[in-house]
Ligand binder design. Sequence first.
Ligand SMILES: *[C@@H]1O[C@H](CO)[C@@H](O)[C@H](O)[C@H]1NC(C)=O
Ligand SMILES: *[C@@H]1O[C@H](CO)[C@@H](O)[C@H](O)[C@H]1NC(C)=O
Ligand SMILES: *[C@@H]1O[C@H](CO)[C@@H](O)[C@H](O)[C@H]1NC(C)=O
Ligand SMILES: *[C@@H]1O[C@H](CO)[C@@H](O)[C@H](O)[C@H]1NC(C)=O
Ligand SMILES: CC(=O)N[C@H]1CO[C@H](CO)[C@@H](O)[C@@H]1O
Length: 428
Amino acid sequence: MDLWGVFLLHLITVGPLQVALAGTDCLVAGDSCSSDETCSPRLRTLRQCVAGNGSMKLGPGARSQCANAVSALLSSPLRGCQCKRGMKKEKNCLSIYWSLHQSVIHGLNLVESYPYETVQREHDYVRLASITADSSDGVPTMNRCLDAAKACNVNELCQRLRTDYVSACIAVSAKSGLCNRSKCNKALRKFFDRVPADYTHKLLFCPCTDTACAERRRQTIVPSCSYESAEKPNCLAQMKGCDGDYVCRSRLTQFKYDCEPSETSANGCRHGNYGSCLLAYTGLIGSMITPNYVDTSTSEVAPWCSCSASGSHKADCDHFLEYFTNNICLQNSVMSFGNESDQQPTLPQYSTPGDPTQENMSSTSPTEPTQTMRNILDSVLPTQSLKQELLVGRTTLPSNNSASPCSMRMEAAITFFLLLLHLLNNQR
Ligand SMILES: *[C@@H]1O[C@H](CO)[C@@H](O)[C@H](O)[C@H]1NC(C)=O
Ligand SMILES: *[C@@H]1O[C@H](CO)[C@@H](O)[C@H](O)[C@H]1NC(C)=O
Ligand SMILES: *[C@@H]1O[C@H](CO)[C@@H](O)[C@H](O)[C@H]1NC(C)=O
Ligand SMILES: *[C@@H]1O[C@H](CO)[C@@H](O)[C@H](O)[C@H]1NC(C)=O
Ligand SMILES: CC(=O)N[C@H]1CO[C@H](CO)[C@@H](O)[C@@H]1O
Protein backbone atom coordinates (compact mmCIF):
# COMPACT_ATOMS: atom_id res chain seq x y z
CA MET A 1 0.00 0.00 0.00
CA ASP A 2 2.74 2.45 0.91
CA LEU A 3 4.20 1.97 -2.56
CA TRP A 4 1.05 3.29 -4.12
CA GLY A 5 1.45 6.33 -1.92
CA VAL A 6 4.90 6.93 -3.35
CA PHE A 7 3.55 6.54 -6.85
CA LEU A 8 0.70 8.91 -6.28
CA LEU A 9 2.96 11.48 -4.70
CA HIS A 10 5.14 11.27 -7.74
CA LEU A 11 2.22 11.71 -10.02
CA ILE A 12 1.25 14.85 -8.23
CA THR A 13 4.69 16.35 -8.02
CA VAL A 14 5.94 15.30 -11.42
CA GLY A 15 2.62 15.85 -13.13
CA PRO A 16 3.38 19.24 -14.66
CA LEU A 17 6.62 17.88 -16.12
CA GLN A 18 4.60 15.63 -18.36
CA VAL A 19 3.42 18.56 -20.39
CA ALA A 20 6.90 19.84 -20.98
CA LEU A 21 8.36 16.47 -21.75
CA ALA A 22 5.61 15.06 -23.89
CA GLY A 23 6.88 14.17 -27.29
CA THR A 24 10.47 13.47 -26.29
CA ASP A 25 11.87 10.77 -28.50
CA CYS A 26 12.29 7.61 -26.39
CA LEU A 27 15.58 6.78 -28.11
CA VAL A 28 16.96 10.18 -27.19
CA ALA A 29 15.53 9.92 -23.69
CA GLY A 30 16.99 6.43 -23.33
CA ASP A 31 20.41 7.64 -24.46
CA SER A 32 20.41 10.54 -22.11
CA CYS A 33 19.32 8.27 -19.27
CA SER A 34 22.04 5.73 -20.09
CA SER A 35 24.70 8.39 -19.93
CA ASP A 36 23.48 9.65 -16.58
CA GLU A 37 24.95 7.78 -13.65
CA THR A 38 21.86 7.92 -11.46
CA CYS A 39 19.38 7.25 -14.24
CA SER A 40 21.27 4.46 -15.96
CA PRO A 41 21.14 1.80 -13.18
CA ARG A 42 17.45 2.43 -12.71
CA LEU A 43 16.77 1.85 -16.37
CA ARG A 44 18.78 -1.35 -16.19
CA THR A 45 16.77 -2.50 -13.19
CA LEU A 46 13.57 -1.67 -14.96
CA ARG A 47 14.55 -3.66 -18.01
CA GLN A 48 15.24 -6.65 -15.79
CA CYS A 49 11.86 -6.24 -14.20
CA VAL A 50 10.19 -6.18 -17.59
CA ALA A 51 12.17 -9.19 -18.75
CA GLY A 52 10.96 -10.91 -15.57
CA ASN A 53 7.48 -10.48 -16.98
CA GLY A 54 6.29 -7.52 -15.01
CA SER A 55 6.88 -7.21 -11.36
CA MET A 56 3.91 -9.34 -10.45
CA LYS A 57 5.82 -12.59 -10.57
CA LEU A 58 8.91 -11.38 -8.79
CA GLY A 59 9.54 -11.81 -5.10
CA PRO A 60 8.55 -9.01 -2.72
CA GLY A 61 12.12 -7.64 -2.59
CA ALA A 62 12.44 -7.47 -6.32
CA ARG A 63 9.00 -6.00 -6.58
CA SER A 64 9.85 -3.07 -4.46
CA GLN A 65 13.07 -2.57 -6.39
CA CYS A 66 11.10 -2.48 -9.58
CA ALA A 67 8.61 -0.08 -8.09
CA ASN A 68 11.39 2.19 -6.92
CA ALA A 69 12.99 2.16 -10.34
CA VAL A 70 9.73 3.07 -12.02
CA SER A 71 9.00 5.76 -9.55
CA ALA A 72 12.46 7.28 -9.99
CA LEU A 73 12.28 7.08 -13.77
CA LEU A 74 9.02 8.94 -13.76
CA SER A 75 10.99 12.08 -13.14
CA SER A 76 13.44 11.36 -15.92
CA PRO A 77 12.97 12.34 -19.56
CA LEU A 78 11.71 8.82 -20.15
CA ARG A 79 8.40 9.84 -18.75
CA GLY A 80 6.17 10.92 -21.58
CA CYS A 81 8.60 9.92 -24.27
CA GLN A 82 7.17 8.70 -27.57
CA CYS A 83 8.31 7.30 -30.91
CA LYS A 84 7.74 8.20 -34.51
CA ARG A 85 5.92 5.74 -36.67
CA GLY A 86 8.21 4.20 -39.28
CA MET A 87 11.30 5.80 -37.75
CA LYS A 88 14.69 4.14 -37.89
CA LYS A 89 15.12 1.82 -34.93
CA GLU A 90 11.41 2.03 -34.27
CA LYS A 91 11.50 -1.25 -32.39
CA ASN A 92 14.28 -0.06 -30.07
CA CYS A 93 12.43 3.13 -29.42
CA LEU A 94 9.22 1.27 -28.63
CA SER A 95 11.01 -1.16 -26.35
CA ILE A 96 12.03 1.81 -24.24
CA TYR A 97 8.52 3.20 -24.33
CA TRP A 98 7.07 -0.10 -23.20
CA SER A 99 9.66 -0.77 -20.54
CA LEU A 100 8.15 2.05 -18.58
CA HIS A 101 4.54 1.53 -19.56
CA GLN A 102 4.51 -2.21 -19.24
CA SER A 103 5.77 -1.99 -15.73
CA VAL A 104 3.13 0.43 -14.64
CA ILE A 105 1.58 -1.85 -12.18
CA HIS A 106 -2.04 -2.81 -12.31
CA GLY A 107 -4.61 -0.39 -11.11
CA LEU A 108 -2.48 2.68 -11.54
CA ASN A 109 -2.95 4.44 -14.78
CA LEU A 110 0.04 6.66 -15.24
CA VAL A 111 -1.17 9.37 -17.46
CA GLU A 112 -3.14 8.86 -20.59
CA SER A 113 -0.44 7.84 -22.93
CA TYR A 114 0.09 6.43 -26.37
CA PRO A 115 3.27 5.34 -28.14
CA TYR A 116 3.40 7.53 -31.22
CA GLU A 117 3.93 11.21 -31.65
CA THR A 118 1.16 13.17 -33.24
CA VAL A 119 2.01 14.04 -36.80
CA GLN A 120 1.19 17.20 -38.64
CA ARG A 121 -0.91 16.66 -41.67
CA GLU A 122 0.52 17.82 -44.93
CA HIS A 123 -1.59 19.38 -47.58
CA ASP A 124 0.08 18.34 -50.76
CA TYR A 125 -2.78 16.28 -51.93
CA VAL A 126 -5.28 19.07 -51.71
CA ARG A 127 -3.12 21.14 -53.95
CA LEU A 128 -2.66 18.34 -56.35
CA ALA A 129 -6.34 17.61 -56.39
CA SER A 130 -7.13 21.14 -57.40
CA ILE A 131 -4.89 20.72 -60.37
CA THR A 132 -6.05 17.36 -61.54
CA ALA A 133 -9.63 17.61 -60.38
CA ASP A 134 -11.97 18.37 -63.14
CA SER A 135 -13.60 21.49 -61.86
CA SER A 136 -13.56 23.32 -65.17
CA ASP A 137 -16.47 21.54 -66.79
CA GLY A 138 -18.42 21.19 -63.57
CA VAL A 139 -18.67 17.41 -63.87
CA PRO A 140 -17.76 15.76 -60.59
CA THR A 141 -15.03 13.17 -60.86
CA MET A 142 -16.65 9.79 -61.25
CA ASN A 143 -14.10 7.45 -59.83
CA ARG A 144 -12.27 8.92 -56.91
CA CYS A 145 -10.30 5.75 -56.33
CA LEU A 146 -8.91 6.02 -59.82
CA ASP A 147 -8.14 9.68 -59.23
CA ALA A 148 -6.29 8.76 -56.07
CA ALA A 149 -4.19 6.28 -58.01
CA LYS A 150 -3.37 8.92 -60.57
CA ALA A 151 -2.48 11.40 -57.89
CA CYS A 152 -0.16 8.84 -56.35
CA ASN A 153 1.51 8.29 -59.68
CA VAL A 154 2.54 11.90 -59.98
CA ASN A 155 4.20 11.91 -56.59
CA GLU A 156 7.63 10.35 -56.74
CA LEU A 157 7.58 8.82 -53.26
CA CYS A 158 4.03 7.56 -53.49
CA GLN A 159 4.53 6.09 -56.92
CA ARG A 160 7.79 4.38 -55.97
CA LEU A 161 6.66 2.85 -52.69
CA ARG A 162 3.35 1.79 -54.17
CA THR A 163 5.11 0.05 -57.02
CA ASP A 164 7.41 -1.56 -54.45
CA TYR A 165 4.64 -3.05 -52.36
CA VAL A 166 2.59 -4.17 -55.32
CA SER A 167 5.62 -5.89 -56.83
CA ALA A 168 6.42 -7.50 -53.49
CA CYS A 169 2.84 -8.58 -52.93
CA ILE A 170 2.12 -10.07 -56.34
CA ALA A 171 5.45 -11.78 -56.86
CA VAL A 172 5.08 -15.53 -56.60
CA SER A 173 7.89 -17.84 -55.69
CA ALA A 174 8.62 -20.37 -58.44
CA LYS A 175 9.22 -23.05 -55.87
CA SER A 176 6.22 -22.73 -53.58
CA GLY A 177 3.86 -20.91 -55.88
CA LEU A 178 3.14 -18.56 -52.99
CA CYS A 179 3.87 -14.94 -52.41
CA ASN A 180 6.21 -13.87 -49.62
CA ARG A 181 3.80 -12.49 -47.04
CA SER A 182 6.38 -10.98 -44.72
CA LYS A 183 8.03 -9.18 -47.58
CA CYS A 184 4.66 -7.92 -48.79
CA ASN A 185 3.71 -6.70 -45.33
CA LYS A 186 7.01 -4.99 -44.84
CA ALA A 187 6.57 -3.10 -48.10
CA LEU A 188 3.00 -2.21 -47.15
CA ARG A 189 4.14 -0.82 -43.81
CA LYS A 190 6.78 1.21 -45.55
CA PHE A 191 4.20 2.63 -47.91
CA PHE A 192 1.76 3.61 -45.17
CA ASP A 193 4.49 4.89 -42.86
CA ARG A 194 6.42 7.01 -45.31
CA VAL A 195 3.99 8.32 -47.87
CA PRO A 196 2.03 11.37 -46.69
CA ALA A 197 -1.44 10.53 -45.46
CA ASP A 198 -2.94 12.77 -48.09
CA TYR A 199 -2.05 10.24 -50.73
CA THR A 200 -2.47 7.01 -48.82
CA HIS A 201 -5.84 7.97 -47.35
CA LYS A 202 -7.20 8.94 -50.74
CA LEU A 203 -6.24 5.53 -52.04
CA LEU A 204 -7.66 3.56 -49.19
CA PHE A 205 -10.73 5.53 -48.18
CA CYS A 206 -11.98 6.75 -51.53
CA PRO A 207 -15.77 6.67 -51.49
CA CYS A 208 -17.40 4.06 -53.72
CA THR A 209 -20.95 3.67 -54.93
CA ASP A 210 -20.56 0.61 -57.12
CA THR A 211 -19.04 -2.83 -56.64
CA ALA A 212 -16.29 -2.43 -59.19
CA CYS A 213 -14.98 0.58 -57.31
CA ALA A 214 -15.40 -1.14 -53.95
CA GLU A 215 -13.56 -4.21 -55.14
CA ARG A 216 -10.75 -2.12 -56.47
CA ARG A 217 -10.57 -0.36 -53.12
CA ARG A 218 -10.56 -3.66 -51.27
CA GLN A 219 -7.74 -4.87 -53.48
CA THR A 220 -5.59 -1.85 -52.66
CA ILE A 221 -3.58 -3.75 -50.08
CA VAL A 222 -3.48 -7.01 -52.09
CA PRO A 223 -5.44 -9.14 -49.61
CA SER A 224 -4.51 -12.47 -51.16
CA CYS A 225 -0.90 -11.93 -50.16
CA SER A 226 -1.05 -9.55 -47.24
CA TYR A 227 -3.45 -11.38 -44.94
CA GLU A 228 -5.90 -13.85 -46.45
CA SER A 229 -5.66 -17.54 -45.61
CA ALA A 230 -7.91 -20.53 -46.12
CA GLU A 231 -9.25 -20.30 -42.60
CA LYS A 232 -9.64 -17.26 -40.44
CA PRO A 233 -7.54 -17.54 -37.29
CA ASN A 234 -9.05 -16.73 -33.95
CA CYS A 235 -8.91 -13.02 -33.14
CA LEU A 236 -7.65 -13.55 -29.63
CA ALA A 237 -4.74 -15.64 -30.87
CA GLN A 238 -3.95 -12.88 -33.31
CA MET A 239 -4.16 -10.31 -30.56
CA LYS A 240 -1.81 -12.30 -28.40
CA GLY A 241 0.70 -12.57 -31.22
CA CYS A 242 0.42 -8.86 -31.79
CA ASP A 243 1.01 -8.13 -28.15
CA GLY A 244 4.33 -9.97 -28.31
CA ASP A 245 5.63 -7.66 -31.02
CA TYR A 246 6.50 -4.12 -29.96
CA VAL A 247 5.57 -2.61 -33.28
CA CYS A 248 2.26 -4.40 -33.65
CA ARG A 249 1.37 -3.80 -30.02
CA SER A 250 2.09 -0.11 -30.41
CA ARG A 251 0.09 0.21 -33.59
CA LEU A 252 -2.85 -1.48 -31.95
CA THR A 253 -2.57 0.66 -28.83
CA GLN A 254 -2.46 3.76 -30.96
CA PHE A 255 -5.47 2.61 -32.95
CA LYS A 256 -7.45 1.90 -29.81
CA TYR A 257 -6.62 5.33 -28.52
CA ASP A 258 -7.17 7.41 -31.64
CA CYS A 259 -10.30 5.59 -32.76
CA GLU A 260 -11.86 5.20 -29.33
CA PRO A 261 -15.58 5.64 -29.81
CA SER A 262 -17.68 7.86 -27.62
CA GLU A 263 -21.42 8.22 -27.41
CA THR A 264 -21.22 11.66 -25.91
CA SER A 265 -18.79 13.31 -28.25
CA ALA A 266 -20.27 15.08 -31.24
CA ASN A 267 -18.07 13.39 -33.80
CA GLY A 268 -18.19 9.95 -32.22
CA CYS A 269 -14.53 9.93 -31.21
CA ARG A 270 -13.36 10.18 -27.64
CA HIS A 271 -9.98 11.68 -28.48
CA GLY A 272 -8.42 13.02 -31.53
CA ASN A 273 -10.09 13.58 -34.78
CA TYR A 274 -10.96 11.66 -37.89
CA GLY A 275 -7.56 12.21 -39.44
CA SER A 276 -5.67 10.68 -36.55
CA CYS A 277 -8.10 7.76 -36.39
CA LEU A 278 -7.52 6.97 -40.07
CA LEU A 279 -3.80 7.37 -39.63
CA ALA A 280 -3.80 4.95 -36.71
CA TYR A 281 -5.89 2.54 -38.78
CA THR A 282 -3.40 2.53 -41.64
CA GLY A 283 -0.66 1.92 -39.06
CA LEU A 284 -2.08 -1.57 -38.62
CA ILE A 285 -1.79 -2.48 -42.27
CA GLY A 286 1.07 -4.90 -42.79
CA SER A 287 0.92 -6.04 -39.17
CA MET A 288 -0.44 -9.29 -37.77
CA ILE A 289 -3.74 -7.49 -37.48
CA THR A 290 -4.25 -6.08 -40.94
CA PRO A 291 -7.74 -4.66 -41.32
CA ASN A 292 -9.48 -4.24 -44.65
CA TYR A 293 -12.92 -3.87 -46.20
CA VAL A 294 -14.88 -7.02 -45.59
CA ASP A 295 -16.96 -6.91 -48.77
CA THR A 296 -17.85 -4.79 -51.75
CA SER A 297 -21.31 -3.72 -50.63
CA THR A 298 -20.44 -1.82 -47.45
CA SER A 299 -17.62 0.22 -46.02
CA GLU A 300 -17.26 -2.15 -43.11
CA VAL A 301 -13.73 -3.06 -42.16
CA ALA A 302 -12.30 -5.88 -40.05
CA PRO A 303 -9.12 -7.84 -39.56
CA TRP A 304 -8.99 -11.34 -41.03
CA CYS A 305 -10.00 -13.25 -37.93
CA SER A 306 -12.99 -14.81 -36.30
CA CYS A 307 -14.45 -15.15 -32.83
CA SER A 308 -16.39 -18.31 -33.52
CA ALA A 309 -14.18 -20.67 -31.54
CA SER A 310 -13.37 -18.46 -28.58
CA GLY A 311 -15.04 -20.52 -25.89
CA SER A 312 -15.29 -18.67 -22.61
CA HIS A 313 -13.42 -15.71 -24.06
CA LYS A 314 -16.03 -15.00 -26.66
CA ALA A 315 -17.02 -11.71 -25.08
CA ASP A 316 -13.43 -10.44 -25.07
CA CYS A 317 -13.02 -11.55 -28.64
CA ASP A 318 -16.22 -9.85 -29.79
CA HIS A 319 -15.22 -6.72 -28.00
CA PHE A 320 -11.97 -6.66 -29.93
CA LEU A 321 -13.60 -7.33 -33.28
CA GLU A 322 -16.26 -4.71 -32.68
CA TYR A 323 -13.56 -2.14 -32.36
CA PHE A 324 -13.43 -2.49 -36.14
CA THR A 325 -16.88 -3.58 -37.15
CA ASN A 326 -19.04 -1.55 -34.82
CA ASN A 327 -17.06 1.57 -34.00
CA ILE A 328 -18.81 4.87 -34.55
CA CYS A 329 -15.55 6.79 -34.47
CA LEU A 330 -13.91 4.68 -37.14
CA GLN A 331 -17.07 4.60 -39.25
CA ASN A 332 -17.49 8.35 -39.11
CA SER A 333 -13.83 8.84 -39.94
CA VAL A 334 -14.10 6.72 -43.06
CA MET A 335 -17.43 8.18 -44.14
CA SER A 336 -16.54 11.77 -43.56
CA PHE A 337 -13.29 11.33 -45.42
CA GLY A 338 -15.36 10.75 -48.52
CA ASN A 339 -17.58 13.70 -47.69
CA GLU A 340 -14.72 16.03 -47.01
CA SER A 341 -13.06 15.50 -50.33
CA ASP A 342 -16.29 16.34 -52.11
CA GLN A 343 -15.50 19.92 -51.38
CA GLN A 344 -11.90 20.19 -52.36
CA PRO A 345 -10.71 23.67 -51.63
CA THR A 346 -9.34 25.24 -54.75
CA LEU A 347 -5.73 26.20 -55.01
CA PRO A 348 -5.93 29.98 -54.52
CA GLN A 349 -7.23 29.48 -50.99
CA TYR A 350 -3.96 27.85 -50.14
CA SER A 351 -1.67 30.38 -51.72
CA THR A 352 -0.75 33.55 -50.00
CA PRO A 353 -2.33 36.60 -51.55
CA GLY A 354 -0.10 38.19 -54.11
CA ASP A 355 1.89 35.01 -54.51
CA PRO A 356 3.27 35.18 -58.03
CA THR A 357 2.93 31.43 -58.50
CA GLN A 358 -0.79 31.87 -58.26
CA GLU A 359 -1.00 33.75 -61.52
CA ASN A 360 1.41 31.38 -63.19
CA MET A 361 -0.74 28.54 -62.04
CA SER A 362 -3.84 29.76 -63.76
CA SER A 363 -1.98 30.62 -66.90
CA THR A 364 -0.12 27.33 -67.13
CA SER A 365 -3.08 25.12 -66.46
CA PRO A 366 -5.71 25.90 -69.01
CA THR A 367 -8.37 23.31 -69.46
CA GLU A 368 -6.92 21.66 -72.50
CA PRO A 369 -3.64 20.16 -71.29
CA THR A 370 -5.25 19.05 -68.05
CA GLN A 371 -7.93 17.38 -70.04
CA THR A 372 -5.37 15.74 -72.27
CA MET A 373 -3.40 14.39 -69.39
CA ARG A 374 -6.49 13.04 -67.77
CA ASN A 375 -7.51 11.24 -70.92
CA ILE A 376 -4.13 9.72 -71.35
CA LEU A 377 -3.91 8.52 -67.81
CA ASP A 378 -7.43 7.21 -68.06
CA SER A 379 -6.51 5.23 -71.12
CA VAL A 380 -3.46 3.69 -69.54
CA LEU A 381 -5.35 3.08 -66.35
CA PRO A 382 -8.44 1.24 -67.46
CA THR A 383 -10.59 -0.41 -64.86
CA GLN A 384 -9.50 -3.90 -65.91
CA SER A 385 -6.62 -5.46 -64.11
CA LEU A 386 -5.50 -3.79 -60.97
CA LYS A 387 -2.16 -5.49 -61.01
CA GLN A 388 -1.48 -4.20 -64.44
CA GLU A 389 -2.50 -0.70 -63.54
CA LEU A 390 -0.41 -0.68 -60.43
CA LEU A 391 2.67 -1.77 -62.23
CA VAL A 392 2.18 0.36 -65.28
CA GLY A 393 4.17 3.39 -64.45
CA ARG A 394 4.29 6.60 -66.36
CA THR A 395 7.05 5.07 -68.42
CA THR A 396 4.56 3.04 -70.38
CA LEU A 397 2.55 5.97 -71.59
CA PRO A 398 1.98 5.46 -75.29
CA SER A 399 4.97 7.17 -76.74
CA ASN A 400 3.61 7.83 -80.19
CA ASN A 401 0.44 9.45 -78.99
CA SER A 402 0.45 12.94 -80.42
CA ALA A 403 -0.69 14.48 -77.16
CA SER A 404 1.94 12.67 -75.17
CA PRO A 405 4.86 15.11 -75.26
CA CYS A 406 2.52 17.86 -74.20
CA SER A 407 1.17 15.92 -71.28
CA MET A 408 4.62 14.87 -70.21
CA ARG A 409 5.66 18.46 -70.08
CA MET A 410 2.49 19.27 -68.22
CA GLU A 411 3.20 16.55 -65.73
CA ALA A 412 6.76 17.73 -65.26
CA ALA A 413 5.47 21.23 -64.73
CA ILE A 414 3.04 20.04 -62.10
CA THR A 415 5.70 18.06 -60.33
CA PHE A 416 7.97 21.05 -60.33
CA PHE A 417 5.21 23.27 -59.13
CA LEU A 418 4.39 20.95 -56.27
CA LEU A 419 7.99 20.78 -55.30
CA LEU A 420 8.14 24.54 -55.25
CA LEU A 421 5.03 24.78 -53.13
CA HIS A 422 6.44 22.20 -50.80
CA LEU A 423 9.65 24.17 -50.39
CA LEU A 424 7.80 27.41 -49.86
CA ASN A 425 5.57 25.76 -47.34
CA ASN A 426 8.48 24.38 -45.39
CA GLN A 427 10.02 27.80 -45.10
CA ARG A 428 7.09 29.25 -43.29
C1 LIG B 1 4.67 -13.57 -19.22
O1 LIG B 1 3.32 -13.51 -18.83
C2 LIG B 1 2.39 -13.88 -19.81
C3 LIG B 1 1.02 -13.70 -19.24
O2 LIG B 1 0.96 -12.56 -18.49
C4 LIG B 1 2.66 -15.32 -20.23
O3 LIG B 1 1.77 -15.68 -21.27
C5 LIG B 1 4.09 -15.45 -20.71
O4 LIG B 1 4.36 -16.79 -21.03
C6 LIG B 1 5.06 -14.96 -19.65
N1 LIG B 1 6.40 -14.97 -20.17
C7 LIG B 1 7.45 -15.33 -19.45
C8 LIG B 1 8.79 -15.27 -20.09
O5 LIG B 1 7.33 -15.71 -18.31
C1 LIG C 1 10.68 -13.60 -47.76
O1 LIG C 1 11.42 -12.42 -47.94
C2 LIG C 1 12.36 -12.15 -46.90
C3 LIG C 1 12.99 -10.83 -47.22
O2 LIG C 1 12.09 -9.81 -47.03
C4 LIG C 1 13.38 -13.27 -46.86
O3 LIG C 1 14.29 -13.03 -45.81
C5 LIG C 1 12.67 -14.59 -46.64
O4 LIG C 1 13.59 -15.63 -46.69
C6 LIG C 1 11.59 -14.79 -47.69
N1 LIG C 1 10.84 -15.98 -47.38
C7 LIG C 1 10.58 -16.91 -48.28
C8 LIG C 1 9.79 -18.07 -47.81
O5 LIG C 1 10.96 -16.82 -49.43
C1 LIG D 1 -21.70 12.65 -45.26
O1 LIG D 1 -22.58 13.42 -46.06
C2 LIG D 1 -23.92 12.97 -46.05
C3 LIG D 1 -24.71 13.87 -46.97
O2 LIG D 1 -23.92 14.40 -47.95
C4 LIG D 1 -24.47 13.04 -44.63
O3 LIG D 1 -25.79 12.56 -44.61
C5 LIG D 1 -23.61 12.22 -43.73
O4 LIG D 1 -24.04 12.36 -42.40
C6 LIG D 1 -22.17 12.65 -43.82
N1 LIG D 1 -21.38 11.75 -43.01
C7 LIG D 1 -20.46 12.18 -42.16
C8 LIG D 1 -19.80 11.15 -41.36
O5 LIG D 1 -20.16 13.35 -42.04
C1 LIG E 1 1.65 4.74 -83.36
O1 LIG E 1 0.29 5.09 -83.56
C2 LIG E 1 -0.23 4.65 -84.79
C3 LIG E 1 -1.65 5.16 -84.90
O2 LIG E 1 -1.67 6.51 -84.56
C4 LIG E 1 -0.18 3.14 -84.85
O3 LIG E 1 -0.64 2.69 -86.11
C5 LIG E 1 1.24 2.66 -84.66
O4 LIG E 1 1.28 1.26 -84.62
C6 LIG E 1 1.79 3.23 -83.39
N1 LIG E 1 3.18 2.88 -83.23
C7 LIG E 1 3.67 2.33 -82.17
C8 LIG E 1 5.13 2.04 -82.14
O5 LIG E 1 2.95 2.05 -81.17
C1 LIG F 1 8.35 30.77 -63.11
C2 LIG F 1 7.48 31.55 -64.02
O1 LIG F 1 6.98 31.05 -65.00
N1 LIG F 1 7.28 32.80 -63.69
C3 LIG F 1 6.42 33.69 -64.47
C4 LIG F 1 5.10 33.86 -63.74
O2 LIG F 1 4.27 34.74 -64.47
C5 LIG F 1 4.81 36.05 -64.59
C6 LIG F 1 3.78 36.87 -65.32
O3 LIG F 1 2.53 36.66 -64.77
C7 LIG F 1 6.13 35.97 -65.37
O4 LIG F 1 6.72 37.26 -65.44
C8 LIG F 1 7.07 35.01 -64.65
O5 LIG F 1 8.25 34.83 -65.41
